[in-house]
Ligand binder design. Structure first.
Ligand code: PAF
Length: 278
């Protein structure tokens, strides 16, 4: 496994890999890896012959009052985990490498970037699409794998890939959960023991709606109220609860197959997201 920090060296290696006829699978990450990331790496490993993982805490997707400065990092541990997964290359650039001082270009997917997480994080998805397109241009993958926990991000990246005619297959790996149901996230380490315990309610809330939907329940307004009540009982501060079409992200009038239930909730200062598709 190689670890490369520069764009020029990575491009040279990628050119050699392409010439050898191997397909490239790519998993972009911000590091501090957990089982959720590793499950994405395994998908890339199964579906391609040369696997690249990027580790880059992307400053442009954080708002001014967000956790960029304290975002957890542990490159040594990450590298050891990725070696075990047979990853071929870790691309580990500095901020200056990706955003040199004269950097000026941003990529923005209209409308979809303004909904849900985009309401309280108005620049977040522009930061994501900008860095992801940049990474795609460096790594030139055949497939790229993202986590379904960030479902909206997946929809936006698929849209960008289609609109800009990138010949990259975007795959969403399923949400990986802790034993008690909490979706795995690098940010879970911020939670105090009390908040960690209460945060399970996110999974319980989406599971409750799935269950009721199977019993014939179909009212989105009532679904939101039920989830709100469950979450507020556990002292979660709701950013949003969305009951939307999984492709357009627009609100549905009735729950149905393909409805996305998505939540963003603060426990203390930590903002967690979760979702399910009916
Ligand atoms: O999902 C993430 O970890 C990040 O948003 C990504 C895709 C690596 C871009 O920085």
């Amino acid at each position: 496994m190689r670890i490369i920090k520069t764009i020029a060296q990575t491009k040279r290696l990628i050119e050699r890999v392409k010439k050898s006829g191997k397909t490239i699978g790519f998993v972009p990450t911000m590091g501090y890896l957990h089982e959720g990331h590793l499950s994405l790496v395994r998908i890339a490993r199964r579906k391609s012959q040369f696997v690249v993982v990027s580790i880059f805490v992307n400053p442009t997707q954080f708002g001014p009052s967000e956790d960029l400065a304290k975002y957890p990092q542990d490159m040594k541990r990450d590298a050891a985990l990725l070696k075990k997964e047979n990853v071929d290359l870790i691309f580990y650039p500095s901020v200056n490498e990706i955003y040199p001082p004269d950097y000026k270009t941003y990529v923005y997917v209209k409308e979809l970037s303004r909904l849900m997480c985009g309401i309280t994080r108005p620049h977040h998805f522009q930061g994501v699409t900008t860095v992801v397109l940049n990474l795609f241009n460096i790594v030139k993958p055949d497939i790229a794998v993202f986590g379904a926990k960030d479902y909206q991000q997946g929809v936006i990246i698929k849209r960008m890939t289609k609109d800009l005619n990138l010949d990259i297959k975007i795959v969403l790996g399923k949400i990986i959960r802790e034993k008690d149901g909490l979706a795995m996230s690098s940010r879970n380490i911020y939670l105090s023991p009390r908040h960690r315990k209460n945060a399970i309610v996110l999974y319980q809330a989406v599971r409750r709606i799935r269950h009721d939907f199977r019993q014939g329940f179909s009212d989105p307004k009532r679904a939101k109220t039920m989830m709100r009540q469950m979450i507020e009982k556990k002292n979660g501060r709701i950013d949003y609860i969305a009951v939307v079409n999984k492709n357009t992200l627009s609100p549905v009038k009735k729950l149905g197959a393909g409805t996305l239930i998505a939540l963003a909730v603060f426990f203390g200062k930590t903002r967690l997201i979760d979702n399910t598709i009916l």
